[in-house]
Design a protein around this ligand. Sequence first.
Ligand code: PMP
Length: 418
Amino acid sequence: QTSVSTATFDRLESEVRGYSRLFPNVFTSAVGSVMRTNDGRELIDFFCGAGSLNYGHNPPEVKRALIDYVSSDGILHSLDMITQAKERFLRTFDEVILQPRAMDYRLQFTGPTGTNAVEAALKLAKKRTQRSHIVAFTNGYHGHSLGSLSVTGNQSYHSEYFGSHNNVSFLPFDGYLGDFDTTILLEKMLSDRSSGLPLPAAVLLETVQGEGGIHVASDPWLQRVQSLCREHDVLLIVDDIQVGNGRTGEFFSFERAGLQPDMVCLSKSIGGGLPLSVLLMRPECDVWQPGQHTGTFRGNNLAFIAAAEVLQNWQNDDFVRGIQQRSDVLREFLSSLLWQSPQPNWDVRGRGMIWGLDVGDGKLARRIIDVAFKNGLLLEASGSQDEVLKFMPALNIPMPLLEEGLQRFGQSLRQAMA
Ligand code: PMP
């Protein structure tokens, strides 16, 4: 056993820590969809590092490639200099992801974390259009730095001191007003200049709101937003940080709706488990001057190595088909919970391998998470009140482990409700 005293954390680590309180164990190792603790527990991971481990923990091909790279003295840090690792990533991304989808995009390496890609997108959209206003949506989540926070539609992350919404308008996301088609509001805002609202530089959205409570925009809604943007010469930015990288079943979450965003923010699983964030932009949007948006840790070579490995999965039809099979298992299980014991305020929502069970009450959700944790299952909550249990297993979780995890969930739910 590794001995780790929680007193060390209480004394030295900021009060801001969150997941270490939600999952108060010492984690020692992890393989695939199983995390191990120092007291010998094995937990099934339905949380996936908040969506950054879509291919599971320590995929063998990533492990091998990283060990080879480090033991051959590969460059670890190089700002944005040219390296073989970066070239390998760019070539792989082009061949495996962009070209088969006939997508013409350039990549900007924006830093280690998703927020960095959002910040770059906001700045670039303003520079490209020479406008300063941004339209974002209720319940959207884009990060915790000041710019990305300003476009985050969840008031609980804001305060009167740092939650500025300068130059941001929030519109209701699809479904926020029930069946009312909220694109009508966008249309009015963009076409009626007498509204007093300036023409925005960009509309920023997630196709499935991950932190906001697993709200899935319909394809027609997304298409309508895109066509309104095109009509009014407003840029469309899709934040695919959480639901890109295959989470919805396609590599990009907007593929099914056939969108062609002007910019796409990618992070989390793009680095195969290592920190990397990327902004994709249509070539005509690339109006940066050299060095105009910088950062020390822009291109993490280890992440490039890992990313080039995990992207190969997208050449494998079994991998892609497997996401759909697992999605069906998740959907059927969660829907059957509602059929078996209907609860008036509960709802099941999702797509691909991101599903939410909305239990309408953050305290109940937390109780279920705590019991699940004791029963060997890691999952977290999302939504403005943390009222939506979020199911986000690895895209390649072995089917028996997925079923075992769902069993553990069902049992935890019964215990928490008893
Ligand atoms: N956008 C979305 C959609 C996210 O889910 C997140 C992270 N949960 C972010 C942006 C911010 O990414 P990061 O935490 O890596 O900065």
